[in-house]
Design a protein around this ligand. Structure first.
Ligand code: DNO
Length: 398
């Protein structure tokens, strides 16, 4: 396994020198300042790469190996006329990355919103803070803040009552915070930040797009991208929709094993792969993570090894648990990934090692009170990485 760590660039409060101390060897990063649809030039990539890879004498070098993510322009997801210029720009960015030696690219195909949480400071019984998604709060936002047209039809009467009670109990500043979390987006998102009016307009564009059509748009994008990726030896790793289900009336198409099967059966190119984001997939109970790791092993080019704990009475609500103490058997998932690496070694595949990273860590100890990117605190992720490393070492030396 290649122990990797996400770095957001020079403004990330967790610095490259900090990361070096974690024992991670590889960096996951992106050119966050380049707007969706624009080409990542070789010059810009090299500059960023230099920040990561230039190493003071006597210290261990780090390597930028994974891109998370090149954003996919909304016009591609909507298959708007003229979207080919954005597809061409995406391909050009991929070519430029390959030229700089960076060949694993994570991306997603979520319309309008990227990953979404309702609480960024959910206090755990041990005093640390986690991220949380609360279905009732989300419904309160949808129904009573956004007041999305037609939203009532998507909730039962009981759900609407519950959401109303949650909404009534929130202060004005809590409502504002909730709104910001959802429409301004979280770190690393690959979509725009919106005001409420623009957000309504962005959602409305998808009014007539159902799952089938969105999937066709993804496949059409990939049909253009994959042959070139194959030539370059680039691996594309689609990230699931987080949380993995339809939201705000938007179709979401990378949520389950069935979605992945359809994707890989339709487009079997070697470059067509996935990010096994354990936390995302496991935030719905019908995804069996060890089974998915086994079933899609050869397609897994990148993995986020965190988990969630779902609420007993509302399975759509969850908080992000410690990396080893979630609803899923992380040890078993890691075993499956290690088995896959063995298979790759036996078939003498060039890159047998899978890039993994700790994902959203808790805010704990000196993280608390610091300005950190939600989910991307230093100590919390270090704890996650250390736990995962222990499991990997224990299994590998058995
Ligand atoms: C959040 C991340 C997402 C992810 C993108 C991938 O922490 O998992 O922002 O990077 O959705 O394209």
């Amino acid at each position: 396994m290649k122990e990797s760590w996400r770095w957001f660039g020079p403004n990330d409060p967790v610095t490259i020198d900090d990361i070096r101390q974690t024992g991670a060897t590889d960096i996951v990063s992106a050119l966050h300042s380049v707007p969706a649809g624009e080409v990542w030039s070789v010059e810009n990539i090299r500059q960023h790469q230099e920040l990561i890879e230039q190493t003071p004498d006597g210290l261990i070098p780090l390597k930028w190996s994974v891109v998370e993510s090149i954003p996919v322009h909304e016009d591609i997801k909507l298959a708007r006329p003229g979207n080919k210029i954005y597809v061409d720009a995406w391909i050009a960015s991929m070519e430029n990355l390959a030229q700089c030696g960076i060949k694993t690219i994570c991306y997603n195909f979520m319309p309008v919103i990227d990953w979404t949480r309702t609480d960024l400071n959910f206090k755990l019984p041990n005093g640390a803070y986690a991220l949380r998604f609360d279905q009732n709060k989300f419904a309160a936002f949808d129904l009573f803040i956004l007041e999305r047209e037609g939203a009532e039809a998507e909730y039962s009467e009981a759900e609407i009552d519950e959401a109303k009670a949650v909404f009534d109990a929130m202060s004005e500043s809590e409502r504002q915070k909730l709104t910001e979390n959802i429409i301004a987006g979280l770190p690393g998102r690959m979509t725009d930040s919106y005001g409420l009016e623009d957000f309504r307009a962005a959602l409305a564009q998808y009014k007539d797009i159902d799952h089938h059509e969105l999937r066709q748009n993804l496949f059409s994008f990939l049909t253009q991208v994959l042959p070139r990726a194959d030539e370059l030896g680039v691996k594309l790793a689609i990230h699931p929709d987080d949380p993995p289900r339809d939201m705000l009336g938007l179709p979401r198409i990378i949520c389950t094993a069935d979605d992945l099967e359809l994707l890989f059966n339709s487009l079997p190119n070697p470059a067509n792969g996935m990010t096994l984001c354990v936390g995302t997939y496991s935030s719905r109970p019908d995804n069996d993570l060890p089974a998915m790791a086994r079933q899609f092993g050869s397609r897994i080019y990148f993995s986020h090894l965190r988990g969630v704990s779902r609420d007993a009475n509302e399975q759509r609500s969850f908080y992000e648990a410690s990396h080893l103490d979630s609803d899923i058997d992380m040890v078993q998932v890691i075993k499956e990934l290690l088995n896959e690496e063995q298979r790759r070694k036996q078939s003498e595949a060039a890159d047998s090692e899978i890039h993994i990273r700790p994902d959203h860590g808790h805010q704990m100890m000196d993280d608390i009170g610091k300005k950190v990117n939600p989910g991307y605190s230093g100590i919390g992720r270090l704890k996650g990485l250390a736990e995962i490393r222990g499991v990997i070492r224990a299994i590998s030396t058995q």
